[in-house]
Design a protein around this ligand. Structure first.
Ligand SMILES: Nc1ncnc2c1ncn2[C@@H]1O[C@H](COP(=O)(O)OP(=O)(O)O)[C@@H](O)[C@H]1O
Ligand SMILES: [Mg+2]
Length: 445
């Protein structure tokens, strides 16, 4: 993409309504525009990041054998009356009436619809286990939408639902999700810590929230500092192996890590004092085993091995896809702007032409652009006639991890400059080496 032809409405002023860095930077970098409280348009740059986050979520879900489908956002209230949640859900549920006077709602989550699809088609235990998921917009009429896309009213969520014959199988599905989530966040360049969460009125111990540590997070968290040394890394895992998934769960959840909702001061005291941490975090996902609550209420049974009907054991597992875009910025920025991790960056590399109109500089930029594109990389070429300082400020603001700066002076010596947004370090090299270096960084992504 050439900047002169792109739609990148960056703002010079810091918007007054934004209280936290990610919200300010998303508005300034022209990623989103607020249309009404908690409801955003995703502008081209923001959409690219959102799609990258989504792609990683899809890839990691499908790697584990989970199957994508898509449910409607507007749903009939009938299923919700069947589950009992139409009355229980409260003011966050946006209720609507269609022209025939039928009660409808905008889905805030989708247990009912998935259970309905399941019960309509799956009849035998032989068709289990099954995990169906979607990445779809949700609406919750939050009383205080704030912090931009972090707590929106309309937001994009991955929600997955597991159907199993026994509790044991359902807990394997739970553990498998924990593994997929660890991998998902790490691929985005984020550390998200599974913490024991509150299961609310449904009860049970089997729920964890994933929290990204950040001072601006909405949750207070208490943890053993050893947990931040853990990383999933590039280990291979067999998602069908109960032992392997269980081992990962134990590794990542055996140390103390809880949100304020489940915090237990007496237990926390048992962590050596030097390792006790109290901080804040952003919830970017949650896994939840809830047994037969919906399958019993809605008659989602399968024929068991002995021919008798059995209500299936279910779990639901969510990732805050649009919130992650904000969380990624909270965790990766400085006072000049965003610093995208390579896994989610909207463009792989920025090309800055210091002297637009200079025949040699223009030709060198065009050639770099073509070389990157030929390697499947997506460059953003600032081919405008803005002065150098302004071009650097825009590149720093929008946070591309790598920048290649091209000017007549360097070209006289046959070199361009490659700069890392994260470290600020620059290196001079030939254009060919610049392409090779940057292609190498993205190889395998
Ligand atoms: N209002 C919101 N705006 C953006 N993301 C949200 C919002 N509410 C929930 N999410 C994201 O969706 C994920 C799954 O939702 P869920 O666990 O049902 O939310 P909650 O715990 O807030 O009720 C959360 O972990 C969070 O990342
Ligand atoms: Mg949650």
């Amino acid at each position: 993409m050439r900047l002169s032809r792109y739609f990148l409405p960056v703002l010079k002023e810091t918007p007054a309504e934004a209280q936290i860095a990610s919200h300010r930077l998303m508005l300034r970098a022209g990623m989103v525009r607020q249309q009404s409280a908690g409801i955003y348009s995703w502008l081209p740059l923001g959409l690219k990041v959102l799609r990258n986050v989504e792609r990683i979520v899809h890839e990691e879900q499908q790697r584990a054998g989970h199957i994508p489908l898509l449910m409607p956002t507007l749903q009939s209230a009938d299923l919700w009356k069947e589950s009992g949640r139409y009355d229980a859900y409260g003011e966050e549920l946006l209720r609507l009436t269609d022209r025939h006077g039928r009660d409808m709602l905008y889905s805030p989550t989708a247990e009912e619809l998935f259970t309905d699809v399941f019960r309509s088609y799956v009849k035998s235990y032989k068709d289990l286990p099954l995990t169906l998921y979607q990445i779809q917009w949700k609406f919750r009429d939050e009383i205080r939408p704030r912090f931009g896309v972090m707590r929106g009213r309309e937001f994009l969520m991955k929600d997955g639902y597991t159907f199993d014959l026994t509790k044991e199988d359902a807990l394997h599905a739970y553990n498998r999700h924990l593994v997929t989530y660890l991998r998902t966040y790490e691929r985005m360049g984020l550390q998200a810590i599974p913490m024991r969460a509150d299961s609310g009125p449904i009860g049970g111990d089997d729920t964890h929230e994933f929290l990204v540590l950040a001072d601006t997070g909405e949750s207070e968290v208490f943890y053993d500092s050893e947990i931040t040394d853990l990383s999933f890394g590039d280990r291979e895992i067999d998602y069908d192996s109960v032992e392997q998934c269980q081992a990962v769960l134990e590794e990542f959840t055996s140390r103390y890590a809880r949100t304020d909702e489940t915090h237990d001061a007496a237990l926390f005291e048992q962590v050596p004092e030097a390792r006790r941490r109290v901080a804040r975090g952003i919830e970017v996902g949650q896994i939840f085993y809830f047994g037969t609550k919906y399958s019993e209420a809605m008659g989602a049974t399968v024929q068991g091995p002995d021919g008798k009907p059995v209500p299936v054991h279910m779990g639901s597992h969510g990732i805050g896809v649009s919130r992650l875009v904000g969380a990624l910025i909270e965790a990766n920025h400085d006072d000049r702007g965003i610093i995208w991790p390579e896994g989610v960056t909207p463009f792989h590399v920025g090309i800055v032409n210091l002297k637009q109109g200079d025949a040699e500089a223009d030709a060198a930029c065009d050639s770099l652009y073509a070389s990157f594109a030929a390697l499947g990389l997506d460059p953003l070429y600032d081919d405008t006639s803005e002065r150098a300082g302004g071009k650097f400020a825009t590149m720093d603001l929008i946070g591309l991890p790598w920048r290649v700066t091209v000017g007549p002076r360097g070209l006289k010596n046959g070199v361009v400059e490659v700069t890392s947004r994260r470290t600020g370090e620059s290196e001079e090299m030939t254009p060919e080496m610049a392409v090779e270096k940057i292609a190498g960084i993205y190889a395998g992504r």
